[in-house]
Design a protein around this ligand. Structure first.
Ligand SMILES: Nc1nc2c(c(=O)[nH]1)N[C@H]1C(S)=C(S)[C@@H](COP(=O)(O)O)O[C@H]1N2
Ligand SMILES: [Mo]
Length: 319
């Protein structure tokens, strides 16, 4: 068992009071972004620019039940080694090309099989649940991995608020489509806009979160500001960035990578060392910053939490 109860946490791991107060102040800032952003007082990312030495200054809050104890990946790597094809296909492209991306105002449309379809200002969605650190492993299908201290809240909170009907079996999420701001939208690099999907029980699982920040600060644009999905037991491409639409549907939705290469990327895309990508093995991964490869864990190490969702399914067929 890897779960830790609060009483098991050594005092050295508990956030010192001063950091805690700093965090509280930031969370208040997040709650106020509506007002601050509208007045132009605060640009997303500006908090980050003010604090160059993130790695040493950030201290996690109280441990969450799913947090990994592994060393977190340096802020610099998390924010300069990215996949965000809308801004280019090289790892450094998003951090270079997304700096001017406008993430406010940001409206998220929620529709489909729900009793309360509506368009929400992202700030109003953030009010549904306090933002918490979630220290998750992050495993890209290409074979690299990181450990990221996300700041976010359960996807389930949004779902419950809009009251899906009994016909809602899947959730489809869509990234902003804006050829003017996202250079790759003027190319055929991928079928646009980027879309992803989850089965309803996956979406309701408490490990699945909407992230609005990392390292205790607002999400940098290259990491999917202002609002992105994080599903840590699946390959990274399921964790869709800069979400503008959440649609509840009866049929399994199309997904971008499955459309682009159906034999390489399935709908489920659970991290599975036993099922190789047609062009490479998935047995090992390179943790960014480490030299030796490590073994990839089933469900990215979250089998205890999520394996039951797939009992009776042939995971070679439903890859
Ligand atoms: N809209 C959109 N979301 C996306 C992608 C993308 O290209 N476009 N890339 C995915 C892939 S392949 C990975 S590994 C993760 C990377 O997230 P990170 O850059 O925050 O580490 O984002 C995912 N979400
Ligand atoms: Mo990825």
């Amino acid at each position: 068992m890897l779960l830790k109860r609060a009483s098991d946490i050594p005092p050295s791991e508990i956030t010192p009071e001063s950091h805690y107060r700093d965090r509280r102040r930031f969370l208040k800032t997040v709650a106020m972004t509506g007002a601050a952003l509208v007045s132009g007082a605060l640009k997303p990312g500006s908090l980050i620019a003010n604090v160059p030495d993130q790695d040493t200054q950030w201290k996690p809050g109280p441990r969450g039940p799913f947090d990994t104890n592994e060393q977190v990946t340096p802020y610099k790597d998390i924010t300069t080694y990215n996949n965000f094809y809308e801004f280019g296909s090289d790892k450094e492209d998003p951090s270079r090309n997304a700096q001017g991306f406008r993430t406010q105002p940001w409206i998220v449309k929620i529709d489909g099989e729900v009793r309360k379809p509506a368009s929400y200002h992202v700030e109003d969605l953030l009010k549904l649940h306090k933002q918490e650190d979630r220290i998750y492993r992050h495993r890209c299908v290409e074979g690299w991995s990181m450990v990221i201290p996300w700041l976010g809240f359960p996807m389930a909170d949004v779902i419950k608020k809009v009251e899906p009907t009994s016909r809602a079996k899947f959730v489809e999420l869509t990234t902003l489509y804006d050829p003017e701001q996202m250079p790759s939208h003027r190319t055929r690099l991928l079928p646009w806009p980027y879309v992803e999907g989850l089965r309803m029980d996956e979406a309701l699982h408490p490990l699945a979160i909407f992230a609005v920040g990392l390292y205790g600060k607002m999400l940098p644009n290259q990491n999917g500001a202002p609002f992105r999905l994080v599903v840590p037991w699946k390959y990274g491409f399921k964790s869709i960035k800069s979400v503008v639409r959440i649609r509840f549907v009866e049929q399994q939705p199309r997904t971008t990578w499955n459309d682009a290469a159906p034999n390489e990327y399935g709908f489920y895309s659970n991290v599975n060392p036993e099922v190789d990508h047609p062009r490479w093995s998935q047995k090992f991964e390179r943790r960014i910053g480490e030299f030796f490869k490590r073994r990839t864990l089933a469900f990215n190490g979250y089998a205890e939490q999520v394996a039951h969702l797939y009992s009776g399914m042939d995971l070679r067929k439903f890859f």
